[in-house]
Design a protein around this ligand. Structure first.
Ligand code: ADP
Ligand code: TPW
Length: 566
C-alpha cells in the first residue's frame, strides 16, 4: 500500500472508539492485554477516560454502578477468555440487578476457536455469555461496529436495563477500513431508551384500588431510584399520605427521616397493609416472595414496572401499570385529583406508634459503647458523622456489616446507597466505590465486612493510583459472619469461617500511598472517618470488632439448608 493509501485507512480499534464517542461514552473501566491494549490507548488519546483495574470483576462492577447512576451504559473492556470470564460475573450481576452495562471483550481467532484447535485464550465467548446477559453480539466485520454498538446500547438501557456482551474479534480490531466509510458507519443513537407510556386504563385501575384501600403501603425499589423520577415520586407520596417502605438501594429516594417512612415498622406494614403498591420493586426473595408469615394472603397489589413479564411473578397483581416510572408517575399524578386517596387515620397512627416502639428499642441497643467495639456502637458513630455529609455515596457489603448498616445508617438523597443488591453478592465493594467516585466526582464511604473486602481489596491500588476520595471502613471481626468459630476436627486448620483478626488492613493502603488508621474505639473511628472525609484522600480504617457477636448468615440464617441429619 502507498503512504497515501495507508493515511486514508483506519481500523476496528479506532472505529469502536469513534462510535463510543459519538454516543457520549466518556469512561471505559477495564484491564488490558492481548488484543485490547491499543484500543485502550486510542480511547485515552481521544479523551475517553480509561480506568485500569487489577481484576476485571471490579472493572465490571464499576461499569455497572456507573450505569445505574447515570442511565448511560457503563463500559467494561476485557481481554479474551479468562479476562472475559472474570468480567462476566459483574455483567451477570448487572443483568440481575437491572443495571445498564456493556462488556466489550476482545476474542481470539474465530476459525481456530470454532475448530477447537487450541488458540491462545480460546473460548466461544459470545455463547458463553448468552445465559447471563440481556443480549450478546459478535462483530465479524469492521463496517458493522457502529450498528453493533447501537444494538448493544439499546439493549442495555431500554426497557428493563441489563448487561450486554459485545464481542470484538482480534481480526475485526485489526481490520483496515477506509476512513471516510468508517466515519459514516458509526452514528449517534436516537432516543436509546424510549419512554414507555402506561395505558390510562391501567393507571385509573391502580388509583381506584388505592382509593378503596384503608391501609395502603408503597414499596420503593431500586427500579424507581434508577428511573430518576425523584420529585414526582415524592409528590405522589406526600399528596396521598401513604406510608412508604424503601428497599435497600431505594433508601434516600425520600429521606429516611421523612415522617411517612415506615422503615422502622417494616414487619408491621408488610403484614398489615391491605393494598401494596410496588414501585420499581420485584416481589422476589428480598420481600419473601410476597408470601409466608410476613405477609397477609388478603393483600392486593399494584405494580409499576417497565417489564410486563415481571407482573404476577410471585403473587397475582390486581393492578399492573406497565410503563417507565417517569411516565407512570406523571400519569398517576395527573389522574390523582379524580380519585381521592385517604389512608385510614388509624393506620397512620398505628404505623407511627409501631415506629416509635421500634426506634426506642434500637436507640437503647445503639447507645452502648462496649469494648471491644460492636456493630452497633461502630455504626452509630459512622451514622452520626455521615449525617453531616449527606451527599456522600455509601457502598456496603458483608453479612452483619450489611444488615446492621442498612438499618442504622440513614440515607437522605436518591441513589446514594449502593450495596450487594439482588444476589447479595460479595465483591462489589471497591468496584462500586470506584465507579461511583469516577462517575460522580463525589466522595464515597465504603463499609465492608472483612471477608467482603477481601474479594476486591487489591483495587486499593487503583483507588490510590487515581487518587480517589474514597474512605473504606473494614469491619474486622476476623471471619465470615464472626471470628470465633473453631475447627470441629480439632487439628490446626482454621475453621471454615475464620480469617485473621490480627490483619492490619490499614497497612495495605499505606503500601500504595494512601492513609491507614487502626481503630479500636468509637472515638478513633469517628476521628479517622472525619479525617478521610475532610482530606478526600484514599483512606482505610481497620475497625476492630468483637469477633463473637456476628450472626451466622446475618439476617438470612433461615436460608441455610435445613437438614434433619446431624
Ligand atoms: P429492589 O431490589 O430494590 O426491590 P428490583 O431490582 O427487585 O428492586 O426491582 C426493580 C424493578 O424495577 C425491576 O422489575 C425493573 O424491571 C423495574 N424498572 C427498572 N427501571 C425501570 C423504569 N425506568 N421504569 C419502570 N420500572 C423499572
Ligand atoms: C461471591 C457468601 C455472604 S456474606 C459473606 C459471604 C462470604 C461474608 C460475611 O462476612 P463479612 O461480614 O464480610 O466479614 P460480617 O459482618 O458478617 O462478618 N461469595 C460471593 N457472594 C456471597 N454472598 C458469598 C460468597 C457470603
Amino acid at each position: 500500500m502507498s503512504e497515501e493509501q495507508v493515511q486514508s485507512m483506519t481500523d476496528g480499534m479506532h472505529i469502536i472508539v469513534d462510535a463510543l464517542k459519538k454516543n457520549d461514552i466518556d469512561t471505559i473501566y477495564g484491564l488490558v492485554g492481548i488484543p485490547v491494549t491499543d484500543l485502550a490507548r486510542h480511547a485515552q488519546a481521544q479523551g475517553i477516560r480509561f480506568i485500569g483495574f487489577r481484576h476485571e470483576q471490579s472493572a465490571g462492577n464499576a461499569a455497572a454502578i456507573s450505569g445505574y447512576l447515570t442511565q448511560k451504559p457503563g463500559i467494561c473492556l476485557t481481554v479474551s477468555a479468562p479476562g472475559f470470564l472474570n468480567g462476566l460475573v459483574a455483567l451477570a450481576n448487572a443483568t440481575t440487578n437491572g443495571f445498564p452495562m456493556i462488556q466489550i471483550s476482545g476474542s481470539s481467532d474465530r476459525a481456530i476457536i470454532d475448530l477447537q484447535q487450541g488458540d491462545y485464550e480460546e473460548l466461544d465467548q459470545m455463547n458463553a455469555a448468552k445465559p447471563f446477559v440481556k443480549a450478546a453480539y459478535r462483530v465479524n466485520k469492521p463496517e458493522d461496529i457502529g450498528i453493533a454498538l447501537a444494538r448493544a446500547i439499546r439493549a442495555a438501557v431500554s426497557g428493563r436495563p441489563g448487561g450486554v456482551y459485545l464481542d470484538l474479534t482480534t481480526e475485526v480490531l485489526g481490520a483496515a477500513m477506509d476512513k471516510e466509510a468508517a466515519a459514516q458507519s458509526t452514528f449517534r443513537i436516537e432516543d436509546p431508551a424510549p419512554r414507555q407510556i402506561p395505558s390510562e386504563e391501567s393507571v385509573r385501575k391502580a388509583l381506584k384500588l388505592l382509593s378503596e384501600a384503608q391501609k395502603p403501603l408503597v414499596i420503593l425499589g431500586k427500579g424507581a431510584a434508577y428511573a430518576q423520577a425523584d420529585s414526582a415520586i415524592r409528590a405522589f407520596i406526600e399528596k396521598t399520605g401513604i406510608p412508604f417502605l424503601p428497599m435497600s438501594m431505594a433508601k434516600g429516594l425520600l429521606p429516611d427521616d421523612h415522617p411517612q417512612s415506615a422503615a422502622a415498622a417494616r414487619s408491621f406494614v408488610l403484614a398489615n397493609a391491605d393494598v401494596v403498591m410496588l414501585l420499581g420493586a420485584r416481589l422476589n426473595w428480598l420481600l419473601a416472595h410476597g408470601k409466608g408469615k410476613n405477609w397477609s394472603p388478603q393483600t392486593r397489589f399494584i405494580q409499576l414496572d417497565i417489564e410486563p413479564e415481571e407482573i404476577d411473578s410471585n403473587r397475582p397483581i390486581s393492578a399492573p401499570v406497565v410503563g417507565d416510572i417517569v411516565s407512570s408517575m406523571d400519569a398517576l399524578l395527573k389522574q390523582l385529583p379524580t380519585q381521592p386517596i385517604t389512608p385510614q387515620k388509624q393506620w397512620i397512627a398505628d404505623v407511627a406508634s409501631k415506629k416509635a416502639v421500634n426506634v426506642a428499642k434500637m436507640t437503647a441497643k445503639l447507645n452502648g459503647d462496649p469494648s471491644p467495639m460492636g456493630y452497633f456502637s461502630a455504626l452509630r458513630t459512622i451514622r452520626d458523622v455521615l449525617a453531616q455529609y449527606k451527599d456522600v455515596y455509601l457502598v456496603n457489603e458483608g453479612a452483619n456489616t450489611l444488615d446492621n448498616a442498612r438499618n442504622i445508617i440513614d440515607m437522605y438523597e436518591p441513589r446514594k446507597r449502593l450495596d450487594t443488591g439482588t444476589w447479595g453478592v460479595m465483591g462489589i465493594g471497591m468496584g462500586y466505590a470506584i465507579g461511583a467516585a469516577i462517575s460522580s466526582g463525589k466522595p464515597v464511604v465504603a463499609i465492608e465486612g472483612d471477608s467482603a473486602f477481601g474479594f476486591s481489596g487489591m483495587e486499593l491500588e487503583t483507588i490510590c493510583r487515581f487518587n480517589l476520595p474514597i474512605t473504606i471502613l473494614v469491619f474486622n471481626n476476623g471471619g465470615v459472619y464472626r471470628g470465633d468459630d473453631v475447627n470441629r476436627h480439632g487439628d490446626h486448620d482454621p475453621a471454615p469461617t475464620s480469617l485473621l483478626q490480627s490483619a492490619r488492613y490499614d497497612r495495605l493502603i499505606e503500601a500504595f500511598g494512601g492513609v491507614g488508621y487502626h481503630a479500636t474505639t468509637t472515638a478513633e473511628v469517628k476521628n479517622a472517618l472525619l479525617a478521610g472525609l475532610t482530606s478526600q484522600k484514599p483512606t482505610l480504617i481497620n475497625c476492630v470488632i468483637n469477633p463473637a457477636i456476628g450472626t451466622e448468615s446475618g439476617h438470612l440464617t433461615n436460608l441455610n439448608p435445613k437438614s434433619a441429619a446431624k
